[in-house]
Design a protein around this ligand. Structure first.
Ligand SMILES: [Zn+2]
Length: 237
């Protein structure tokens, strides 16, 4: 790097250029790997993980989930669940839900982090599937909550995080599968890093469990399993 003596100041424009150059040099190694996979390959990876996680943790089939890789997906999310208009008009017990995934999530997240946030999305779909199969009104409450946003949504998203962690809880041993726990924490740190405004980061931290809150939830349940029901009713905030 070109180090100037403190007394010799370059004109502002030049200083800016030299700053940009040195930043580029420093940042290069931490850049995400080049995307080499095609959209079809990314789709196949995501689809395979959906099928594996459904088999491992859920009791509904892959026919209820459509995976969509979308480069234009709102980078506030990277992964979210949606209901297409055409599926909306199908009978509830036949409806499939979309998991919309930004390519960066496939390319940059390690498998544990990708799977952990995918479990969160599959928990949402589990709720919709159950509500539709049982003809419960919850489905519309849930959709209404998504429209209203605010604290109602915060409660629901944190509850979904706890239910996702619950999938990784073994009641016999009284402990959690660390891969899922650490994966969800890694995902949260990754997304804080991806967001470009403080307001967006603050909103994420309010709406979803932070890595510290995840640790808190896991420790609380491991020391007293009855805390699971308590935390689902009153997620940390
Ligand atoms: Zn969610």
């Amino acid at each position: 790097m070109n180090v100037r003596p403190a007394s010799v100041q370059a004109p502002p424009v030049l200083r800016g250029q030299s700053f940009a150059k040195s930043r580029a040099t420093v940042e290069k190694p931490s850049r995400p790997p080049q995307k080499t996979r095609s959209a079809a390959e990314q789709q196949a990876i995501a689809q395979g993980r959906v099928e594996h996680l459904l088999k491992t943790y859920f009791d509904y089939g892959p026919d209820r989930v459509q995976v969509k890789i979308c480069p234009k997906e709102d980078p506030q999310y990277y992964m979210r669940t949606n209901l297409s208009l055409c599926e909306f008009f199908k009978r509830g017990d036949r409806r499939a839900y979309q998991v919309i995934i930004h390519p960066d999530a496939v390319e940059e997240l390690d498998e544990a982090a990708f799977n952990a946030i995918l479990i969160h999305e599959l928990v949402h779909i589990e709720g919709y599937v159950r509500a539709a199969d049982e003809k419960q009104p919850n489905l519309w409450q849930t959709i209404w909550a998504n429209i209203r946003g605010g604290s109602h949504l915060e409660h629901q998203e944190k509850q979904t995080d706890i239910r996702a962690l619950e999938k990784a809880y073994d009641a016999e041993t009284g402990s959690f599968d660390a891969t899922v726990v650490e994966g969800l924490k890694t995902y949260r740190r990754w997304i804080y890093n991806k967001l470009d405004t403080n307001a967006a980061i603050i909103q994420k931290k309010e709406r979803y469990l932070t890595p510290e809150e995840i640790d808190h939830v896991v420790e609380a349940i491991e020391s007293n399993p009855a805390m699971l029901a308590e935390l689902l009713a009153h997620p940390p905030h």
